[in-house]
Design a protein around this ligand. Structure first.
Ligand code: HEM
Length: 512
């Protein structure tokens, strides 16, 4: 029999298949000495990715019902541990918070955030700590947020007036909500409203919105190279190409923003920062800062503010109104509270929220059932660690399934029912202290923008309920309303809500 060497390509493919298999077998041998959390048996190369459906938090929830509140999966080459109970959330986000305070390295972090220079994807360490301090002390200080209240007031008025003009016609509520949050955040961060056409615009409103939408999409997709790194270079899904193209455009935009802001600073004596970019640029010039803030880092932090401040509140508000459309009796109670506390002759202001406990409960109930980030943002074990008696090796990725905790029948009675009253007489907050409700996460990596997010959501929701009666279009009944989720950076409604606003206050309240 004639023997022949395999061709180069056959050799290449054999190595491609055999090498990971060997790694996998060696890996499982080493793991035998460890007491790892229970979990399904992984396949070579793909691990347990085959068990993930189109909504991974739901697939993972089903698996955790079989394997328990702490469970180990494998996404391609990486071990992933999932905590799905209050007790596990506390262990990961409080007891061992420092060990799990880093983020895994992802393609989105590398290509869309100036090589992990933003805060969301930054590795835990001195740079992240400084960025976090800047956000908490300089950007989101109560004084700074208060100084921007006039912007939120003006934009909410504009938003309500826009809906008033669409009275009696079906509107896609999300379009209006997106515009509201984008306007609020653009004016606070960039000092300018990029969603309205002006003559000197260097980016059209459409381009601006499209760039941010692409950023949300690419930060939410399941990139194959994040799980199977040796396949990353092939860019099989084309995501890396899109990330690079997007960043070229975004970088041009940020450069122009910085140029405009620097020119404004130079042209005035006794300059006072009037937006968040001004604050970041002043800090970049500050010689006393522990780490000099480089230009790319300023751009990455601007991007965090723009991205963090828009999608999350839009998605939460769309879910809130959708849930209320299904429960008219809750709608009635909320409007009764608003009529009693606010009356019918003015809009709701931020300072009114403390007097609106039912609205507060509706927001909490929405965030319980529809957390924007159902498994928070992935964390990463910096060192070997023991959690609940199990070994968690260094470099393990960690997810906390807050979506599952929000539906845990041992904590919540009839967990799938939307019932804001469940919060009455309970001291449960969303600010990271009560582990049964963690829409903003908890611990060191908890969302730094929660106060702003809450203000926008509570005030917008109050005004939407106070100013309009909402009807479903045509013959549609509340039972027909689709409540399916779609996967992404946030977890929005799969089918956008279409509703008909009907003004319920005197005309002068809507006039700008
Ligand atoms: C409804 C509003 C919001 C929700 C539900 C939300 C949710 C979250 C969640 C779940 C995390 C991850 C926490 C963790 O890993 O434990 C996060 C992180 C973050 N959020 Fe938010 N967020 C909101 C609003 C905002 C706003 C308004 C901003 C900024 C303008 C913002 C900026 C950030 C940043 C920079 C991080 C990363 C923090 C870090 O890794 O150190 N968020 N947010």
């Amino acid at each position: 029999m004639e023997y022949s060497w395999p061709s180069d390509s056959a050799m290449f493919y054999s190595i491609l298949l055999v090498f990971p298999l060997l790694l996998f077998i060696c890996g499982s041998r080493c793991r035998r000495n460890l007491n790892l959390p229970p979990g399904p048996c992984p396949w070579p190369i793909i691990g347990n990715l085959n068990l993930m459906g189109s909504l991974p938090h739901r697939s993972i929830h089903s698996l955790s019902q079989k394997y328990g509140p702490i469970m180990q999966l494998r996404f391609g080459s990486f071990p992933v541990v999932v905590g799905s109970s209050v007790e596990m959330a506390k262990l990961f986000l409080k007891t061992h918070d420092a060990n799990f305070a880093s983020r895994p390295r992802t393609a989105a972090g590398k290509y869309t955030t100036y090589n992990y220079s933003d805060m969301v994807w930054a590795t835990y360490g001195p740079y992240w700590r400084q960025a976090r301090k800047i956000f908490l002390i300089e950007i989101f200080s109560p004084k700074r947020l208060e100084s921007f209240e006039f912007i939120r007031v003006q934009e909410i008025k504009k938003f309500l007036f826009g809906l008033y003009k669409s009275s009696a016609k079906p509107v896609h509520l999300k379009d209006h909500l997106s515009k509201l949050s984008l306007n609020v955040i653009s004016r606070m961060v960039l000092g300018k409203n990029y969603t309205e056409e002006t003559e000197q615009d260097f980016v059209t409103p459409q381009e601006y919105t499209e760039m941010l939408q692409e950023l949300f999409y690419l930060n939410g997709v399941l990139e194959i190279g994040d799980s199977i790194p040796w396949l990353g270079f092939l860019d099989l899904q084309g995501h890396i190409k899109r990330m690079k193209a997007l960043m070229k455009k975004l970088d041009r935009f940020y450069e122009l923003v910085l140029h405009e802001h620097n020119a404004k600073r130079k042209s005035s004596t006794g300059f006072v920062a009037s937006d968040m970019v001004d604050v970041l640029l002043q800090l970049a010039d500050d010689p006393t800062l522990e780490f000099k803030l480089e230009r790319d880092q300023v751009k990455a932090l601007i991007q965090d503010l723009l991205a963090g401040g828009t999608e999350s509140s839009t998605v939460t508000l769309e879910w809130a109104i959708s849930e209320l459309m299904k429960k008219p009796e809750i709608f009635d109670k909320a409007t009764k509270e608003l009529d009693r506390v606010i009356g019918r002759n003015r809009l709701v202001e931020e300072k009114d929220i403390v007097d609106l406990p039912y609205i507060d409960a509706i927001v909490k109930e929405t965030m319980r059932l529809h957390p924007v980030a159902p498994m928070l943002v992935p964390r990463f074990a910096r060192e070997n660690c023991k959690v609940a008696g199990y070994d968690i090796p260094k470099n393990t990725r960690v997810l906390v399934n807050v979506w599952a905790i929000g539906r845990d029948p041992t904590i919540w009675e009839n967990p799938n029912e939307f019932r804001p009253e469940r919060f009455f007489g309970k001291e449960i907050d969303v600010k990271g202290h009560d582990f049964e409700l963690l829409p903003f996460g908890a611990g060191r990596r908890m969302c730094p923008g929660y106060d702003l997010g809450l203000k926008v959501i509570q005030t917008s929701l109050s005004n939407l309920l106070q100013c309009f009666e909402w009807k479903l279009p045509g013959d549609m009944k509340k039972e027909d309303l689709d409540m399916e989720e779609s996967f992404g950076l946030s977890t929005p409604k799969k089918i956008p809500l279409l509703v008909v606003p009907q003004p319920r206050l005197p005309i002068h309240v809507y006039s700008m």
